[in-house]
Design a protein around this ligand. Structure first.
Ligand code: FAD
Length: 337
């Protein structure tokens, strides 16, 4: 379907939304800059980063060092905390004015929340949760691949009649762009008339979740527990092993539903998607809804009584036996080494 009145020739450049919270740029931004650079070079165009926040100007050079040729900076106290309305308003305005052909955002809570609003306002398509991207330099179309039907198939989606082409991209599917100190680039301040921004919500305060799972996105190792732990006490073993390994703690939905651990730790289709170097699944059978959230982990170690269960079948290393015997052995071994 053709977007009404769109002249595709007017749209140029690859954009990466530089997600930040309280001045800290998310690591997904560096991954997107790396991939965005590759796409921009293939299209013979430039890579821009979009920085929205309060007092964040100083971050522009960091983005240039990571590959951005141009950084649009939108600064105002109204952007001090992320809110869908003002953030999506300003990014919509900027896209309508500058007309990029591709806009990449992280498939993070923030990206998932406001990317669809922007896409709807500018009447373009949005492919969510991409795990690979490619461009055709001739048609300038973006091939966006994402898991579909619970991860059973990979779907490649194109929006050839629309511009810009928008994708949210999962964490850790691309490598981070390397830093090149003092790299040359342009930083452009985008003047905002805050009166023109939609703002239907009032920010009351920020409460840190005391039970929040360690940031899965940056964890190299995740130790995850399932119903096979037997009861809530079983998570003490998981916590001990995780602490020794400096790992984050994950869980199956069954364990979270039983209230053995908060749902913020749940991994899978209706939980978090993770891609650590090592994923240790303890007493998790590996139903498809769990597997789709962790099957891109580099190494999967499964501990399970049932050698035939799906998790043991996909594991790099499958340890068959009672987790109440195996995990204490591993803990003892680590402590004595
Ligand atoms: P079980 O399937 O009961 O497996 C327990 C495992 O522990 C078994 O393999 C057993 O052999 C092993 N075991 C038992 N005792 C021991 C022992 N002493 N030592 C070693 N091994 C032992 N699930 C998710 O995890 N994440 C999701 O996001 C998610 N989303 C869903 C969305 C929908 C729409 C639906 C319908 C389901 C979803 N589920 C999700 C649920 C999913 O289908 C499974 O029910 C759930 O993953 C099972 O959790 P489990 O592996 O911990 O439990």
């Amino acid at each position: 379907m053709q977007q009404p009145g769109v002249d595709k020739n007017l749209y140029k450049g690859v954009w990466v939304y530089a997600e930040q919270r309280r001045g800290e740029v998310s690591s997904i931004v560096y991954e997107l800059l790396n991939e965005g650079k590759r796409l921009a070079e293939k299209l013979g165009t430039i890579l821009s980063a979009i920085l929205i926040g309060s007092n964040i100007k100083s971050k522009a050079q960091e983005l240039i060092n990571r590959g951005a040729d141009k950084v649009y900076v939108c600064e105002d106290p109204i952007f001090a905390e992320f809110q869908d309305d003002p953030y999506s308003s300003v990014l919509t305005q900027l896209i309508e004015k500058e007309k990029p052909e591709i806009v990449l955002m992280g498939a993070t809570n923030m990206g998932r929340s406001f990317a669809p609003r922007i896409a709807a306002r500018i009447r373009t398509g949005l492919t969510a949760d991409c795990i690979s991207l490619e461009v055709d330099p001739e048609t300038r179309n973006l091939w966006q691949t994402r898991p579909a039907f619970g991860g059973n198939i990979m779907a490649t989606i194109l929006t050839p009649g629309h511009r810009p082409q928008m994708s949210t991209v999962r964490h850790k599917v691309f490598k981070e762009a390397k830093t090149e100190e003092g790299r040359k680039g342009e930083s452009v301040e985008y003047k905002i008339d805050v009166q023109t921004l939609l703002n239907r919500t009032k920010f009351l305060g920020f409460i840190k979740d005391a039970n929040a799972a360690m940031n899965f996105a940056v964890a190299d190792i995740i130790v995850s527990g399932g119903r096979g732990l037997g009861n809530r006490e079983g998570f003490k073993l998981i916590k001990e092993l995780a602490e020794l390994l400096g790992a984050a703690i994950g869980a199956s939905r069954a364990a979270a539903d039983l209230d053995w651990i908060p749902h913020s730790h749940q991994i899978g289709q209706t939980g978090k998607t993770v891609s650590p170097k090592v994923y240790i699944a303890c007493g998790i059978s590996g139903q498809i809804q769990h597997i789709v959230g962790m099957n891109s982990s580099d190494i999967i170690i499964a501990i399970n009584k049932d050698a035939a269960c799906p998790m043991m079948q996909i594991a790099t290393y499958a340890l068959e036996g009672d987790l109440h015997e195996i995990i204490p052995c591993i803990i003892k071994e680590i402590k004595s080494s």
